[in-house]
Design a protein around this ligand. Structure first.
Ligand code: ADE
Length: 418
């Protein structure tokens, strides 16, 4: 079996942590039971490019239980949990190619390694796997029937590919399922981003001026959680509707040029490039923390920061101190990579339960339906979304009402008014 990981001896610790995550993923466990009995993925090879975490390990186990051969590489050079990678190889016999802190060359060599077995399905987080495939000759991946995509950034890239008529096979946008983005992006990113900032800096959030750039679902989550911990939150947005929403949610809203002067802690979660730029750093107060929780490390203009620095040193794990020519210090976290996975453990298992239930059921859907799909980006079928929310509620012991016959009739009618 081929694999490339840091140290197989870490497997025991990884196995215990995977077990812990699994005990918080009831929906995925139910899917595993069914997959074990029905083997809907029998004989298929699935190439996964996902953050190598305990939660991903639970998903990989489910896919394997469904009959698939699973190959896994990281979707970010800093997000791999090496103990998890070791347990996946040793205990689950899954070919993992991922080492925390790998350089870009190794990262892409690992992406190539999961493509070597000629997968039938791709499971991506950020679209590095799919974009790598699209740089290969068609004949090199002729047997791919479809894929899934986990995150907002990946879906944006894939829609751009589809728009240009260049997408080579159908992909299901798991991110766009309600049971994904409403929970994972909002509550997952909200909690894990602050977790990453706190673990790496041990800074007090209460009373701080915290600037959140981007008020999508992830930004909403980060702003909400920071407020809950006592921060004075300011939101930076380009979209008028979202800016209005942030205002009425009780946050200050202003351009980054103004926010740069008041923030103590900055978080970028826009999915776009150069949100905090070279010209903004000299405006910042001495000692500010700058962190990113968007998928790629492009939201903070690190080359710009490098240009204007006088010196730089690592002061704590994941904390780089940049001293500017004006004498002020800026602390960049996790090399501008997603701080929730670089310095913490990513989203808690309880939300990843729903995200990865969408992944497993979308893979099954793809197997059953790919012949009727075109080379487009598809949303997760509503039935899957509804089934997952029902199962999640059940696992939480929460019952809900059903419409009475009278209510159903009322909702289907127009006659009754004032
Ligand atoms: N993305 C964010 N958090 C994650 C986690 N815990 N596992 C896998 N992917 C993630």
């Amino acid at each position: 079996m081929r694999y490339d990981i840091k140290d197989i001896k870490l497997a025991k610790k990884g196995a215990l942590r995977i077990e812990w995550a699994g005990s918080n993923m009831p929906v995925l466990n139910l899917i595993k039971d069914r997959f074990q009995a029905q083997k809907p993925l029998k004989g298929l090879k699935i190439a996964c490019c996902l953050h190598v975490t305990t939660e991903t390990a639970v998903l990989a186990d489910v896919l394997k239980s469904g009959g698939a051969d699973v190959y896994l590489c990281a979707s970010n050079p800093l997000s791999t949990q090496d103990d998890v990678a070791a347990s996946l190889v040793k205990d689950l016999k899954i070919g993992v190619f991922a080492i925390k802190g790998e350089d870009t060359k190794t990262y892409y060599a690992h992406v190539k390694s999961v493509l070597d077995p000629k997968p039938d399905i791709t499971m991506d987080d950020g679209a590095d796997l799919v974009s790598s495939i699209h740089r290969l000759p068609l004949k090199d991946h002729a047997n791919i029937i479809g894929g899934t995509e986990e995150t907002t950034t990946g879906v944006i890239r894939l829609r751009a590919l589809a728009q240009e008529g260049k997408l080579r096979y159908p992909i299901i946008a798991v991110n766009d399922a309600q049971t994904k983005h409403l929970f994972d992006n909002r509550y997952g990113t909200g909690q894990s981003t602050l977790d990453g900032i706190i673990r790496s800096t041990n800074k007090l959030i209460a009373g701080s001026n915290l600037v959140v750039c981007g008020y999508g679902w992830c930004g909403k989550g980060a702003a909400m959680r920071a407020k809950g911990m006592g921060a004075k939150v300011t939101v930076v947005e380009v979209d008028p509707l979202r800016a209005l929403e942030a205002t009425m949610d009780g946050f200050g809203v202003m351009p980054i040029r103004e926010a740069a002067r008041i923030g103590d802690i900055f978080i970028t979660v826009t999915g776009d490039i150069n949100v905090i730029r070279k010209e903004h750093f000299p405006l910042m107060k001495d000692g500010v923390i700058v962190a990113n929780s968007g998928h790629f490390n492009v939201e903070i203009d690190i080359p710009g920061l490098e240009d204007i620095k006088k010196s730089k040193r690592l002061t704590r794990d994941f904390v780089e101190e940049y001293t500017l020519k004006n004498g002020r210090k800026i602390y960049l976290l996790g090399q501008g990579r997603l701080i929730n996975l670089a310095a913490a453990e990513g989203h808690p298992a309880s939300v990843m339960d729903m995200s990865f239930a969408n992944q497993a059921l979308s893979a099954e859907y793809m197997v059953n339906n790919y012949r009727g799909l075109s080379k487009q980006v598809y949303v997760v079928p509503e039935k899957i979304d509804k089934d997952i929310s029902r199962l999640k509620l059940k696992s939480l012991g929460i019952k809900i009402d059903t419409l009475t016959a009278e209510q159903k009739k009322y909702l289907a009618s127009w006659e009754m008014g004032t």
